[in-house]
Design a protein around this ligand. Structure first.
Ligand code: PGA
Length: 258
């Protein structure tokens, strides 16, 4: 499986000029490392502009940080402020992050994330579905929390569609921390196995093993080798590091050697 880097820019940078600058730097890197897929997910307002910088054959792709679950062409109600899957597709978007813990903390439920997955798949977008526990308690209650989250989030997703999604395991306690507080590769390995086990129960073993799993939570050049080689995941979802092209360059360099 090709390694993948998903960059979640969150509510950054503050200007289009800065967004163009960072994106251009990442584009240069993507040419240097064509075997690594890199998906940059900027805020909505920058998407249409950055689309012009993408060549079709490039390993650099555009992603969005959310999508709304209704389709304005067939939907029954208006939704002020929301963005539809067809709008994203028209803006050159190929991937969409769904169910990020920061959105779940604002009230988004697994049921809503589920509807968003379905609408994204219908539009031909690849959902990057975030799951993760708030705390890694020593008595292991987080396994059950995670299991429920995965089952509700992927409820009634078609077996054939599982290959069109990416699972992003992002333990909430490890997001936005220092690198040393991020999850260790060996613990991540255990979680990756657990996630595949749940996916196997839901969709069968063959499908479960074809689904890419990426890890997110304070990934940097400092810990990426451990995450990929000991964690046995297919890539990373980076927040802060994805806004610094030097860090992305180092990360790509390390991934290319694994
Ligand atoms: P971080 O963010 O890499 O800055 O911890 C990751 C995320 O929230 O997706």
């Amino acid at each position: 499986m090709k390694k993948i880097i998903v960059g979640n820019w969150k509510m950054n940078p503050s200007t289009l000029a800065e967004a163009r600058q960072i994106f251009s730097e990442i584009k240069k890197l993507s040419k240097k490392f064509p075997k690594i897929d890199i998906v940059v997910c900027p805020p909505f307002v920058y998407l249409s502009d950055l689309k012009n910088k993408i060549d079709k054959a490039s390993s650099l792709k555009l992603g969005a940080q959310d999508v709304f679950w209704d389709n304005p062409e067939t939907g029954s109600r208006p939704f002020t402020g929301e963005i539809s899957a067809s709008m994203l597709r028209d803006a050159g978007v190929k991937y969409v992050i769904l169910g990020h813990s920061e959105r779940r903390a604002m009230g988004e439920t697994s049921e809503e994330v589920n509807k968003k997955i379905k609408i994204a798949l219908e539009a031909g977008l690849t959902p990057v579905i975030c799951i993760g526990e708030k705390e890694h308690d020593i008595d292991g209650k987080f396994f059950e929390t995670l299991k429920i989250q995965i089952k509700d989030t992927l409820n009634k997703i078609k077996k054939a569609d599982l290959q069109k999604i990416i699972m992003a395991y992002e333990p909430i306690w490890a997001i936005g921390k220092s690198e040393s507080e991020s999850m260790k590769g060996e613990d991540l390995y255990q979680m990756a196995i657990f996630i595949r086990k749940i996916l196997s129960e839901m969709f069968g073993q063959v499908e479960a093993f074809k689904t890419p799993i990426v890890y997110g939570g304070s990934v940097s050049p400092f810990n990426v080798k451990d995450i990929i080689s000991q964690g046995h995941v297919d890539g990373i979802l980076a927040g802060r590091a994805s806004l610094e092209s030097e860090k992305i360059a180092e990360i790509m360099d390390i991934l290319a050697q694994i």
